[in-house]
Write a protein that binds this ligand. Structure first.
Ligand code: MF3
Ligand code: CO
Length: 294
């Protein structure tokens, strides 16, 4: 037998795995998405809409991610190398039964990204890089637990940080919070993106355009690609069960960045002025959102 169409029968089991008939489960939901698509919008396909069972597994992975960042927060200090941060992450993740997702990801050599001052993201931990008083550093942790992925990052201010750097760190966190407020089903990713960059611009900062966030959970990086310079009403439709990151990179000066030619990973600001980033992982729920990792 071959299938004439891949449209699921109304009496067939629903694609979501609930065991209910399609007509009693996601049929109306799919019709609503199809209608919005017909209006010219980008919409999610089933592969990125997580089932309750998957969400539970991803939530467990995210708990490890949070615990690892908490462990870094307790131990990070001036005089420490970024390799020692990598060791803390590797140690704690293993203790909690997870695997660091960055390690060997597309050839990435370490368990975590550590991005100091003018490094925008993807800084590689090293024995030669020592945290010093006045640095701002992003520690970006990602975990795999039983094949389920989580991802979040925080900024740390080392010792006495200048007022302008602290403002950059604080405003970037506020940008994430402003974006988060916009996350609810049947709205668009661009609603979030606009809230993020408006807050950054209002404070005199710029937002990196070329590097964005991503769907996450079943893979490290899934659709959608998430921009923080997008406009309200644009980009992908949000529906319950989607999980993605809000992780804007906010620069004190120009939004222009470049990649280190030697290591192929480290991203710097073009003007070498500082950059900050916070990353949370958010689930779209029936009536709003739930933060899974922060
Ligand atoms: N955690 C980073 C992100 O948010 C992923 C970095 S990929 C790595 O997308 F290989 F550098 F870890
Ligand atoms: Co991410």
């Amino acid at each position: 037998m071959f299938q004439m169409s891949n449209k699921i029968g109304r009496n067939d089991p629903c694609w979501c795995g609930s065991g209910k008939k399609y007509k009693k489960c996601h049929e109306e939901f799919d019709d609503k998405i199809a209608y919005i698509k017909s209006q010219g919008h980008e919409v999610p396909d089933h592969s990125i809409i997580k089932t309750p069972g998957q969400i539970e597994k991803i939530r467990e992975s995210a708990k490890i991610n949070i615990a690892v960042l908490d462990y870094v927060a307790e131990n990070i200090k001036a005089g420490m190398t970024t390799q020692q941060i990598d060791d803390l992450v590797a140690e704690k993740t293993a203790e909690l039964g997870g695997i660091p997702a960055p390690l060997n990801y597309q050839g990435y050599p370490k368990s975590v990204c550590t991005s100091i001052n003018e490094i925008v993201c993807h800084g590689i931990p090293s024995d030669n890089v020592i945290l010093k008083d006045g640095d701002i550093v992003n520690v970006d942790v990602s975990t795999i637990l039983d094949g389920y992925f989580s991802d979040s990052s925080r900024m740390f201010c080392i010792g006495e940080v200048s007022e302008e750097k602290r403002k950059l760190v604080d405003v970037t966190k506020e940008c994430v919070e402003k974006g988060l407020e916009m996350v609810k089903p049947w709205t668009f990713l661009g609603d979030m993106g606009q809230a993020v960059h408006e807050h950054a611009l209002k404070n005199g900062f710029s937002v990196v355009r070329e590097i964005g966030g991503h769907g996450v959970g079943l893979e490290f990086h899934e659709d959608p690609w998430v921009s923080y310079v997008s406009k309200a009403g644009e980009e992908m439709l949000l529906v319950p069960g989607m999980i993605f990151t809000i992780e804007p990179m906010v620069n004190m000066g120009t939004d222009k960045v470049f990649c280190d030619k030697e290591d192929g990973w480290t991203i710097y600001t073009a003007d070498k002025k500082p950059s900050a980033q916070w990353e949370i992982m958010v689930l779209v729920t029936e009536d709003g959102h739930e933060v899974l990792a922060y």
